[in-house]
Ligand binder design. Structure first.
Ligand code: MG
Length: 251
């Protein structure tokens, strides 16, 4: 069932998502050659716990960490490790979720490590624009797959592959709620969007094929051709005035 959230509930979701946004800003500044993904994870967990919240991913279906850190050809669900150091030229997707007072926040960014190739930079920019395009269409009266299509159309027009196996989701008093939000689809089809829906929209865009594999750790999803992948996510509320991004900081 898709829950329509009251103004009061949306403010609680905003508080959780503002914390997520703050953690991502903190981590963005720490991304440098030489830092380990475990060090990033520790920073995130300390920040979340010290603000009275709980890391939402840790323990979710057995996931062992606060962050998902996915480097280069890793798409999503990479596990932070003390043995994994960032290197100049890498790109890293950092995904973080929190639960604050029973309400969830979830967002992700992809960050270049030092100087990256023009192709990597392009992939990051296109993926970020895919997210913006989907958010812009998140209005009452619109159909869900119109958002999905806007991602697919833009990514594929740049020759990139759109991941099928993982999708965005509703979010509220659970981390993952209906509906599922694919990043591909036919415009004008799918769920009718209404004011009060809160959605985590998260395009995952590959340099090459859309096909994925999951590594033997049971979590890390990688591109089948081992080309790069980028990922951005925002949690947004659909309001009578249009989309409101809950997981970006003012200014
Ligand atoms: Mg998510």
């Amino acid at each position: 069932m898709i829950v329509l959230r009251s103004r009061r509930e949306i403010e609680k979701l905003r508080a959780a998502n503002q914390m997520v946004a703050g953690v991502l800003e903190l981590l963005r500044k720490k991304v440098k050659p030489g830092i380990t993904t475990a060090a990033l994870d520790r920073l995130a967990e300390d920040a979340i716990v010290s603000q009275g919240a709980r890391p939402a991913f840790k323990g979710y279906a057995g996931f062992p960490a606060t962050l998902c850190t996915s480097i280069n050809h890793e798409i999503v669900h990479g596990i932070p490790s003390p043995r994994r150091k960032l290197r100049e030229g890498d790109i890293i997707s950092i995904d973080v979720g929190v639960c604050l007072n029973g309400y969830y926040g979830d967002a992700a960014i992809t960050v270049p490590v030092g100087e990256v190739s023009p192709a990597a930079r392009r992939l990051i920019e296109v993926t970020r624009t895919c997210l913006d395009r989907a958010i812009a269409r998140a209005c009452p009266g619109e159909r869900l797959h119109t958002l999905s299509h806007s991602v697919q159309e833009y990514a594929e027009s740049h020759g990139f592959g759109v991941v099928r196996d993982f999708v965005g989701h509703g979010i509220g008093t659970e981390l993952h709620e209906p509906p599922q939000i694919p990043n591909y689809g036919r415009p004008g089809t799918g769920l009718l969007l209404k004011s009060g829906m809160v959605l985590a929209i998260e395009p995952m865009i590959n340099q090459g094929t859309w096909e994925v594999e999951v590594l033997s750790d049971g979590w890390t999803a990688v591109t089948r051709d081992r080309k790069l992948s980028a990922h951005f996510e925002h949690t947004i509320a659909i309001t009578d005035d249009g989309p409101e991004i809950l997981s970006s900081l003012p200014g």
